[in-house]
Ligand binder design. Structure first.
Ligand code: SF4
Length: 407
């Protein structure tokens, strides 16, 4: 018998399908490292009956918390007074955290819970792992060049399944069109990568949607802005609502250390060019930061840029790479960062304040029990990627290098 508890319920598995470059599927941004292989050659069948999605539906509809390890993170955030990703996702499904039971009763997700799913409302897709960058915190799943480096130098990390792209399979491609182009329930379409603009399939698909008049959706495109494509914003503006999500680490050399080969000055220039596209109520920009040890001290450069250009910031911690988590830095340094961000953004706009609140929350979490192991892993991973990417941690971060040498 169905027994939903609004305080544990998450609408994601009833609404979303996330398709990764190896064609595996998931239903949550926080579940990308727990994606499951497809059982058929059809994404619609996967949305309806993939056992992984059904298991999640079963848990949430019986008052139990989610089955993925990251679901615990949502509940931990809530217990510590933060807005969780679960609440954020439920709001998209019109389930309001202040009135969860009442709004759930009015949301059409309840119909889906009782009568089963037919078509997804939200589709997130990565066409391939093609990218113009080799970022040290990435994986072969999202970076073709990193996958290639691993093949040669760290073969245990190489994923042969990412060497091919699922859109090349005509059956899978057709089924993808069935849940997007031919899906009259589609509300949100999110395209990510790799770097989507580096993939010809991205341009082909967006133009197909426009040519076929399937523009009555909310489109979200994430780009690293390493290149500037003047045709991107005009194309996105043809949709009912669109968000250009611009991802960056910092506007300092730390960015170029993390994302190889990139130039933060160039990225800033490209972002400024994109921002000339005149946002309006149906077309907005967003900045996207992923705090990690290498970037945490310089994030103010992006927050300042966001404030001065009046752009929202999305701030999500690197995951699941726990060894990159700023929580493993020294208590004194973390406190210094908390004080710095608190003072600098005491009068910030709501979006920047929210990002700063998340930074402070993460910086004041208790140290993990395996902190020594994580610090050791940070050092070995940093050395590995320095040797693969030709970077030098000690030169870019002399103070951090001193700290990690002395632990
Ligand atoms: S509870 Fe959180 S991690 Fe789990 S599916 Fe929902 S949003 Fe994702």
């Amino acid at each position: 018998m169905i027994n939903i508890k609004p305080e544990t319920f998450c609408a994601n598995p009833w609404y979303q399908i996330r398709i990764l470059p190896d064609s595996s599927v998931s239903y949550c941004r926080r579940g990308l490292d727990e994606s499951h292989e497809i059982q058929s050659n059809n994404f619609l069948s996967e949305f309806v009956s993939n056992p992984f999605l059904n298991q999640a539906r079963d848990h949430f509809s019986h008052g139990e918390p989610g089955v993925m390890k990251n679901c615990a993170r949502c509940f931990r955030e809530e217990s510590q007074g933060m807005d969780s990703y679960r609440q954020e996702q439920n709001i998209i499904s019109f389930i309001h955290p202040d009135y969860p039971a009442e709004s759930l009763a009015q949301s059409d997700v309840l119909h889906r819970v009782h009568h089963g799913v037919t078509l997804p409302k939200n589709v997130f897709v990565k066409f391939s792992n093609r990218c113009n960058m080799t970022c040290r915190m990435c994986s072969g799943q999202s970076s073709e060049s990193l996958n290639q480096l691993y093949k040669e130098s760290a073969p245990e990390r190489y994923y042969p399944e990412y060497a091919t792209a699922w859109p090349d399979d005509p059956e899978l491609w057709q089924s993808f069109l069935d849940i997007t182009l031919h899906n009259d329930q589609l509300d949100i379409l999110q395209i990510n990568g790799g770097e989507p603009t580096s993939d010809p399939k991205f341009w082909e698909f967006l133009n197909l949607l426009v040519d076929q008049g399937k523009t009555d959706i909310k489109l979200i495109v994430t780009t690293n802005c390493a290149e500037y494509h003047p045709e991107l914003v005009p194309l996105m503006k043809k949709f009912q609502f669109a968000v250009l999500d611009m991802s960056v680490e910092t506007f300092t050399p730390a960015n170029d250390y993390i994302r190889v080969p990139s130039k933060h000055t160039q990225i800033k220039k490209h972002m400024s060019l994109y921002l000339q596209g005149h946002p309006h109520e149906n077309f907005i920009y967003m900045l996207h930061i992923t705090p990690q040890i290498y970037s945490i001290a310089d994030l103010y450069t992006v927050l300042d840029f966001a404030q001065s250009h009046n752009v929202s910031v999305s701030c999500e911690k690197a995951w699941p790479q726990l060894h990159l988590d700023p929580v493993i830095l020294s208590p004194a340094y973390k406190q210094h960062l908390v004080d710095f961000y608190t003072y600098r953004y005491r009068n910030a706009n709501a979006s920047v304040k929210n990002a700063v609140g998340r930074l402070k929350f993460w910086l004041t979490l208790p140290e993990p029990e395996n902190i020594a192991e994580l610090r050791h892993k940070f050092v070995t991973e940093t050395k590995l990627h320095d040797s693969l990417l030709g970077t030098d941690f000690s030169l870019t971060f002399p103070e951090l290098a001193r700290f990690f040498r002395n632990i």
